[in-house]
Design a protein around this ligand. Structure first.
Ligand code: ADE
Length: 233
C-alpha cells in the first residue's frame, strides 16, 4: 500500500518530511516528490502548491508516475459554517468547486459532463483519517461534511456571505480539495482530506492564515499523518 501525503504549504511538507528520515527525492512535472517510509508504510510526500490546477497536476502525477494507492491531503482552510472555528479540524465527506459555473448550459457548480457538482471523499479512508485526527489531537473539535474549493482566497465579508447563502452546508473553504477529488474519481483512487481551520474566511483571514500555518497547522498535519500511518490503536 503506497500512500501519497499531499500538503499545500511548504511548512506542512517540512513537518511531514521530518518524520521520514530515509526519504529520497524525484522530480516530475517541476515538482519534488519525496519517497520513503513512515511507520513501515510506503509514502510519497509532495507539495501540491496552491490552487486547483496545481493540485490536479500533482494528483495525476502521483497516480500515473508514482502509482500511489491512496491520496491523503492535509492542510488549512477557512471556516464558513457557524461553529467551525480556528483550530478545529474538518474531515471532508464531499467536495464542490464553488467557482465552477457553466450556466446556463449546465447547472451552476455542476462539472460539465460529469453530471455532478459534488465529488465524494472515500468513506473508509475518511473515517480512518477522522480517527487519526482524534488520536493525534485529542480535545480538538472534528467536523465532517462538505468542503468547497475555488481559485480564490476568501477574505471579504461579501464573498463569505455569498458562499454561505449559496452553499449553507459548506463547512470550510480552501483551494485544492475538489480538484484532487475529481482526479481521484477519474482514476478510481481513494482520496481523503483533513483541514485545520486557520481563519474564518473574512477580512482578518490573511493575517490569521500566515501565522497559523507557520505555528500550528504544520504540527497538526504531521501529527495526523503519523497517527494515520501508525494504524488503528
Ligand atoms: N485556506 C485557508 N484559508 C482560506 C481562505 N480564507 N480561503 C481560501 N482558502 C483558504
Amino acid at each position: 500500500m503506497r500512500t501519497a501525503v499531499v500538503s499545500a504549504m511548504l511548512e506542512e511538507l517540512h513537518a511531514v518530511l521530518a518524520l521520514m528520515p530515509d526519504e529520497h527525492k524525484q522530480v516530475a512535472a517541476g515538482r519534488e516528490f519525496f519517497l520513503g517510509q513512515l511507520h513501515g508504510q510506503e509514502v510519497v510526500a509532495v507539495l501540491s502548491r496552491i490552487g486547483k490546477v496545481a493540485a490536479a497536476t500533482t494528483a495525476a502525477v502521483l497516480i500515473e508516475r508514482f502509482e500511489v494507492d491512496r491520496i491523503v491531503f492535509t492542510g488549512v482552510a477557512g471556516g464558513l459554517a457557524p461553529g467551525v472555528e480556528v483550530g478545529h479540524a474538518v474531515v471532508a465527506q464531499c467536495f464542490l468547486q464553488h467557482d465552477m459555473d457553466a450556466s446556463p448550459i449546465f447547472p451552476k457548480y455542476e462539472v460539465p459532463l460529469y453530471g455532478a457538482s459534488r465529488f465524494d471523499a472515500d468513506a473508509t479512508l475518511s473515517e480512518e483519517l477522522a480517527r487519526a485526527v482524534r488520536r493525534a489531537l485529542p480535545g480538538t473539535t472534528v467536523h465532517c461534511g462538505l468542503v468547497i474549493s475555488g481559485d480564490r482566497f476568501v477574505s471579504t465579508a461579501a464573498e463569505n456571505l455569498a458562499l454561505r447563502e449559496a452553499l449553507p452546508d459548506a463547512l470550510a473553504v480552501e483551494m485544492e480539495g475538489a480538484a484532487i477529488a475529481q482526479v481521484c474519481r477519474d482514476y478510481g483512487v481513494p482520496f481523503a482530506a483533513v483541514r485545520t481551520i486557520s481563519d474564518r474566511a473574512d477580512y482578518e483571514a490573511h493575517g490569521d492564515f500566515l501565522s497559523f500555518v507557520r505555528d500550528v497547522a504544520s504540527r497538526h498535519s504531521a501529527a495526523i499523518v503519523e497517527a494515520l500511518l501508525a494504524g488503528p490503536s
